[in-house]
Design a protein around this ligand. Structure first.
Ligand code: ADP
Ligand code: ZN
Length: 560
């Protein structure tokens, strides 16, 4: 229960400081939760209004709220905004000089400052902690909380130390963690790392019903881009590219073709960046061509399209970036160009990372690749990726609009689910597919686990007209006859999708449909969900979609 006077102040400040008549969605519940001292976990898409969930409580509680945020630009925006509202907010980061730093510290210790924004790097510096111990802290907000997890798309090692630091200030401080992007695995990581198992979770649907998702193979990307943008003359939008060089080049291309476009990337001087960003916000420029450096904390309601000229590194990133479209509730179009070459390039970027980081980055990238090639409703795929099951196709994505060929399967489903059970739900989709297609050539682990002795070994080959591509040949072994199924020819050599790929696609679709789920403790491992268990008791025919063939893409190297 919270105090009536605090409850009244919340309503009053909502209107008088922030200028809003009502709370939006679950804001009120979230705010009451943190105000009453409970650990609170907020997972809501970008634009849902997360900032208010810590800004407003900070204004009614005694003392200073600490806001941990990874982005200096974001901090500055929010501090400026709060100051304009008449709230004393400050930030502490590496851009401040000694005397500015002291002023901030004094304001916090005296209790004048209501919101203190700190970068996690600054928080870990010992002399930054001492003054906090002298201050009255109301609560701690951990913004962009997914940065805690190595399985998120933006891991920051310093985020791992947050809990320890909070405890050293006061081990009873309530924490509100906020993120717009958290797969079930990342959610678990956040809870563990901040030691907030007891937290109340507020999770709203990730669905952005007014965003249209589309993936097109990159064939003649520049022409494709110009044609697409021609429908949006005079409208606002963002075109994301992978490299600074590409940003410059595409911005120029657009200008030459009569678009009001400007570049934005971290290599530009900060005043140029600021100028270009303002031009976009003030409608003096329609299209910003940018690297992912652009967009965090930018709140322009009427962004009509978000194009990924180059494939993104992860679905987390993709979802955040596309989430900048259509914030006014009107339609936004999200177009991604996909090229195998881009994937290869992205993999090269990971070369210098350590083994774990590289494996994680690769796993995230492969999710993106699967998303691009799967023929299933894009929205269902995205939502299922973030742990949300939907029963219906959305009707507002390219796969719904122009479905690929479908096929039905029941025996196939039973076979796949049983193979997963038989191997004790400890393996990845790829491994299961390799068992089913006897793909020992690519997967030596099959033999080491003795999965070639399973009754299911090679049993997947007779489906989907793949069997004619295989022959059975008997081989004399020392003391037993083994049946060795070998592909007659390398199936991939003619550009066709391999048998194992087909099964991976089926397993992935079963995940989207909710029959399978990811093992939250072992990345990449697939398990049966409750729905999958039930299915085996009373099976029925399921409709699958064929994958897109994205092999014949042109790549981003078109003119380099
Ligand atoms: P998020 O952090 O979830 O991405 P923001 O906090 O930036 O979202 O809020 C997105 C927009 O919604 C902002 O323009 C904000 O002013 C607006 N907003 C937040 N809460 C409310 C509310 N209760 N009523 C109306 N607008 C709101
Ligand atoms: Zn759809």
């Amino acid at each position: 229960m919270i105090d009536v006077s605090i409850e009244n102040s919340l309503k009053k400040n909502l209107k008088e400081i922030f200028g809003f008549d009502n709370f939006r969605g679950e804001q009120e519940k979230i705010i009451k939760s943190i105000v009453s001292g409970k650990n609170t976990f907020v997972i809501m898409p970008t634009g849902a209004g997360k900032s208010l969930c810590y800004q407003l409580p900070a204004t009614v509680l005694e003392g200073t709220a600490i806001v941990i945020s990874p982005l200096i630009a974001l901090m500055k925006n929010q501090v400026d905004q709060m100051m304009a509202f008449g709230i004393n907010a400050q930030f502490l980061n590496s851009t401040l000089n000694k005397s500015e730093m002291n002023r901030v510290k004094n304001d916090v210790v005296s209790g004048a400052c209501k919101l203190l924004y700190i970068a996690p790097e600054s928080l870990t510096k010992v002399d930054n902690l001492e003054f906090l111990k002298k201050a009255k802290i109301s609560f701690v907000a951990v913004d962009e909380a997914h940065c805690i997890s190595e399985w998120g798309h933006d891991f920051r090692p310093e985020y791992r130390k947050i809990k320890e630091i909070i405890e050293s200030i006061d081990d009873n401080l309530p924490i509100i963690a906020l993120t717009a992007t958290a797969t079930p695995k990342v959610q678990l990581d956040i809870k563990k790392s901040l030691d907030m198992d007891d937290s109340v979770i507020y999770k709203t649907s990730f669905n952005r019903a007014n965003l249209y998702y589309e993936v097109r193979p990159k064939l003649n990307a520049k022409k494709q881009l110009i044609n697409f943008l021609a429908q949006y003359k005079g409208k606002s939008g963002i075109v994301y590219c992978l490299s600074r060089k590409k940003v410059e080049e595409i911005a120029e291309l657009l200008v030459v073709n009569g678009f009001k476009a400007l570049p934005y990337h971290a290599g530009l001087d900060s005043d140029v960046r600021m100028k270009n960003q303002d031009a976009f916000l003030n409608e003096n420029c329609d299209v910003v061509v940018a690297t992912i450096a652009f967009g965090m904390g930018i709140d322009k309601p009427d962004v009509r399209f978000v194009v990924h000229y180059d494939a993104p590194k992860s679905l987390e990133g993709y979802y955040q970036e596309t989430g900048r479209g259509g914030r006014d509730g009107l339609d936004g179009s999200c177009l991604m160009f996909y090229a195998l070459d881009d994937i290869t390039k992205l993999e090269k970027f990971n070369k210098d990372k350590n083994v774990t980081e590289r494996d994680n980055a690769k796993a995230l990238l492969m999710e993106m690749v699967a998303y691009s090639s799967l023929g299933v409703c894009r929205r269902r795929q995205l939502l299922s990726y973030f742990g949300e099951q939907t029963e219906k196709n959305c009707g507002f994505c390219d796969n719904c609009n122009k479905p690929t060929k479908t096929f039905r399967g029941e025996e196939e489903v039973i076979l796949a689910l049983n193979t997963i059970l038989k191997t004790e739900q400890r393996f990845s989709a790829n491994h299961i597919a390799d068992i089913l297609t006897a793909n020992t050539k690519d997967n030596p682990a099959i033999a080491s686990y003795e999965h070639d002795k399973l009754e299911m070994f090679g049993k997947g080959l007779k489906y989907f007209n793949l069997s004619e591509k295989f022959e059975e040949e008997e081989e004399e072994d020392e003391d037993e006859i083994v049946v060795n199924k070998k592909p007659k020819a390398d199936i991939n050599a003619d550009g066709k999708i391999s048998a194992a790929d087909k099964w991976v696609s089926i397993i992935r679709q079963l995940m989207v449909f909710g029959y399978l789920e990811k093992d939250i403790d072992n990345y990449g491992v697939v398990k049966l969900s409750e729905k999958g268990q039930k299915y085996l008791q009373d099976p029925y025919s399921i409709t699958f979609s064929e994958d897109h063939d994205l092999n014949e893409t042109e790549g981003s190297g078109e003119d380099e």
